[in-house]
Design a protein around this ligand. Structure first.
Ligand code: HEM
Length: 527
């Protein structure tokens, strides 16, 4: 290849030489090869074509949700206890077993709806995803900051996200679309009461809680199972913003929460969270007025006290945003021995969705990437090849045998755990039915009553502001739901959009809406 000498050559610069990806030195990185100084370009110019075509492929698709986020690294330290009991009574997961045991973690905080460069001061749930690199392989706990969710069945997820995302014609987020959907989804009320309160805009990522939200199981050495919910409590406390605070913040910086986290870690002010869990026996619990597998509900703390199991410290920032943040892949299916799924209908749907989207978004070999590899466990699979396969599983130890079982070599199955699971026996017809105990309003009302007066004012203001942008039938439906949540909330939002108490009293439930006895009683007493 003819070389045009670089006119900066010979400056006495001893830095290493720039090459292309084939290792060829690049002599001119400023001018492409042309016929004459003004002339047409040549197509055989390998360095130029490589450079441009690689640039053309720089982006992987952003996450379909949670596109904007930031990763940090640190460790989890176990207490070895569940409150004051040995934790081994409940789970045999090794990462929890020994007091003081440390496990490396990666945490990605995120917003949900906006694109990769959107504002971090948006009213939006925040993602709180933790990857534990344990000796038994990775465990991902993929949660949010609000403790509940909009829906309880995964089949509705594409709809709730479409309603919350920008309008497909105008590309504007539209309250009319959001509340059109929510007004026909009564189970969303608990989440909405949180999201439209100040908690819906955390002041940054360090000052927010995290929740696993879905119900999981713990399994002990004897195979006995318990239902479990996980909560992260920040040592930095919880701080939130009103819409007015947030408007000021985002006018100056769309990425203030990323900046806050990175600067705190850089100056050695390492953020910490305590991990507490709530557990209950692995049953249907007919005595409760909600189903333990319903992710629109929290478990009352008086009955199921949160118990400490460890703490997490974040002490290092990403070394590269793309490799550590864009390529990191979390999923609810990523569990270790001693932790298990429950039958929560959201959890099963999520578990399919995460690895499915990651095979598309990052590629089928996304688990070979350094940030996703189970770096503290032995990984030995017979999986081979595929796009961008670099690691060939156990090929070095066993070059010929890439199947199992074999007497010629290759890895063998692990010995089975001593006991099978002892969870409940399920015997029922295949069906499509909602959970029987919906109770969509009670906890939302309790949450409202627990708020301080300024938080209630902010909630009413935010709902009123959003509903003013909605057509009348949607406004009326939402006010009816708010009335069911708590009379005061319904009357105040109703007043905010111009409905008198008499108008509010004459609103009707959704056609076909099924109400339980308690809700019918409440309705009878509303007028
Ligand atoms: C990200 C699906 C519910 C928390 C994602 C992604 C998908 C998804 C496809 C993008 C993943 C990627 O590209 O790597 C679903 C489905 C759900 C659901 C189908 C319901 C059926 C939830 C719930 C929570 C949650 C209830 C909170 C408890 C997160 C978080 C991320 C995420 C934190 C970002 C992970 C990261 O930082 O990379 N979800 N999700 N999701 N989801 Fe969900």
């Amino acid at each position: 290849m003819a070389a045009t000498p670089h006119n900066g050559a010979g400056r006495g610069d001893d830095r290493p030489v720039l090459t292309d990806r084939q290792g060829h030195p690049v002599y001119d990185n400023q001018n492409q090869r042309t016929v004459g100084a003004r002339g047409p370009a040549t197509l055989e110019n390998y360095h130029f074509l490589e450079k441009i075509s690689h640039f053309d492929r720089e982006r992987v698709p952003e996450r379909v949700v949670h596109a904007r986020g930031i990763t940090a690294f640190g460790y989890f330290e176990a207490t070895g206890l569940l409150g004051d009991e040995p934790i081994s009574r409940y789970t045999r997961a090794k990462l929890f077993a020994t007091p003081g045991k440390r496990t490396d973690v990666a945490v990605r905080f995120s917003t949900v709806i906006g694109g990769r460069d959107s504002s971090e001061a948006a009213r939006d749930p925040r993602g709180f995803a933790v990857k534990f690199y344990t000796e038994d392989g990775n465990w991902d706990l993929v949660g949010n900051n609000l403790g509940v969710f909009f829906i309880r069945d995964a089949i509705k997820f594409p709809d709730v996200i479409h309603a919350l995302k920008p309008d497909p014609v105008t590309f504007r987020q539209e309250p009319a679309r959001i509340f059109d959907f929510m007004s026909q989804t009564p189970e969303s009320m608990h989440m909405l009461v949180n999201l439209f309160s100040p908690r819906g805009i955390p002041s940054d990522y360090r000052h927010m809680q995290g929740f696993g939200v879905n119900t999981y199981k713990w399994v002990n050495e004897r195979g006995e199972t318990h239902l479990v919910k996980y909560h992260w409590l920040p040592e930095q406390n919880v701080r939130s913003m009103t819409a007015a605070d947030a408007a000021k913040v985002q006018a100056g910086d769309l990425g203030h929460a990323t900046r806050d986290l990175q600067e705190a870690i850089e100056r050695g002010d390492h953020p910490q969270w305590r991990l507490v869990v709530q557990i209950m026996s692995d049953e249907e619990h007919p005595e409760l007025d909600f189903d333990p597998l319903d992710d629109t509900k929290t478990w009352p703390e008086e009955q199921f006290p949160p118990r400490l199991v460890g703490r997490m410290v974040l002490n290092s920032n990403v070394s590269n945003f793309f490799t550590d943040n864009e390529l990191i892949a979390f999923g609810t299916g990523v569990l270790v021995d001693g932790l298990d799924f429950s039958d929560d209908k959201m959890l099963v749907g999520r578990t399919f969705s995460y690895s499915d989207t990651q095979r598309y978004r990052v590629g089928p070999n996304y688990l070979q990437l350094p940030v996703n590899r189970a770096k503290n466990a032995d990984v030995r699979t017979n999986q081979r090849d595929g796009f961008m396969a670099y690691d060939q599983g156990n090929a070095e130890e066993s070059p010929h045998v890439n199947y199992e079982p074999s007497i010629l070599g290759g890895p063998r199955e692990a010995p089975a755990p001593g006991h099978d699971e002892q969870g409940p026996v399920i015997n029922a017809r295949l069906t499509r039915k909602r959970l029987p105990r919906t109770n969509d309003y009670k906890q939302a009302g309790q949450r409202y009553l627990l708020m301080e007066p300024w938080e209630r004012d902010d909630l009413v203001f935010n709902f009123t502001d959003a509903l003013r942008q909605c057509p009348r039938p949607i406004q009326e439906r939402m006010v009816w739901h708010f009335l069911m949540v708590e009379n005061d909330l319904g009357l105040r939002v109703g007043e905010g959009i111009g409905l008198s108490p008499e108008d509010v009293a004459h609103l009707e439930p959704l056609p076909g809406q099924i109400l339980d006895d308690e809700e019918l009683d409440r309705l009878a007493n509303l007028g």
